[in-house]
Design a protein around this ligand. Structure first.
Ligand code: ZN
Length: 250
């Protein structure tokens, strides 16, 4: 029997961490890289290394290099605070609570979230236009293949606590983006879904099995299927780990 050990402190690390008003970011230790494209203000947009590579690949695959603008990626706590304060001042509290996450509770602080906009002379920094048709629509269709999901969907406001944000994408990796999409789940709903039992996902001819392992102390021992290929572990930023086991390479 193959086994792996998961460390308690890794609950707050990995592409599947849930960061929202109930689950603040615990730490930030990801490797950030600047993206080639420029934001409207000419500042470099940074993302976690894996997310950055796959985002660029997805944008390229739909020929969106000129039309898709990276509006906002990684933010420090300070930047999130500044955005919160400025929005509060100009747009009031109700608007701010709807569209801006509390400092410490923003996905942008993880380096795994990106706000996208369609190229235009004027781009709204808080609510950029990113429509459902044209090249932006093609990006949406491909996003899950590259590990991205539209994070704050219409109809999920009661679950996510954030208004519908067509521009905000979150990197969760594969096969999770596809599992979320196929089952119409927000990230908040993913762990409860996995707790009902292991899930299989077929992706590009390979089977991935995803299951949940609750934290069982300083170290959590997780048994793996006897025949398995690559294994990935992500914390959930709550109280456990999401394990992904890929089928053996043939
Ligand atoms: Zn955003």
């Amino acid at each position: 029997m193959k086994k792996i050990q998961c460390k308690r402190e890794d609950i707050g690390r990995g592409p599947l961490i849930l960061v929202n008003r109930d689950h603040p970011l615990r730490e930030s230790s990801v490797q950030l890289v600047p993206l080639d494209s420029l934001s409207p203000e000419g500042e470099k947009v940074c993302l976690e290394r894996c997310a950055a590579n796959l985002l660029q690949a997805c944008v390229r695959s739909v020929g969106g290099e000129r039309e898709i603008v990276l509006v906002s990626g990684w933010r420090s706590h300070r930047e999130q605070q500044d955005i919160w304060d400025a929005t509060l001042k100009t747009d009031g509290e109700a608007f701010t609570r709807k569209y801006v996450a509390l400092p410490g509770c923003s996905e942008h602080q993880t380096g795994l979230a990106i706000d996208l906009g369609r190229a235009a002379r004027q781009i709204d920094f808080i609510r950029p236009a990113f429509p459902y048709d044209g090249v932006c629509g093609r990006f949406r269709q491909r996003a899950a293949q590259y590990g991205f999901v539209e994070r704050y969907e219409q109809g999920k406001e009661g679950v996510t606590g954030i208004a519908h944000e067509p521009w905000h994408f979150r990197y969760v990796g594969t096969p999770h983006a596809k599992l979320l999409q196929d089952n119409s789940l927000s990230l908040e709903e993913y762990v409860p879904f996995l707790r009902t039992g292991p899930k299989n996902c077929l992706l590009e001819g390979r089977i991935a099995q995803v299951f949940y392992a609750p934290c069982a102390g300083e170290w959590t021992e997780v048994e793996l299927p006897s025949r398995c290929g690559r294994v990935q572990v992500s914390g959930d930023n709550m109280d456990g780990f999401i394990i992904t086991v890929w089928g053996e390479q043939r």
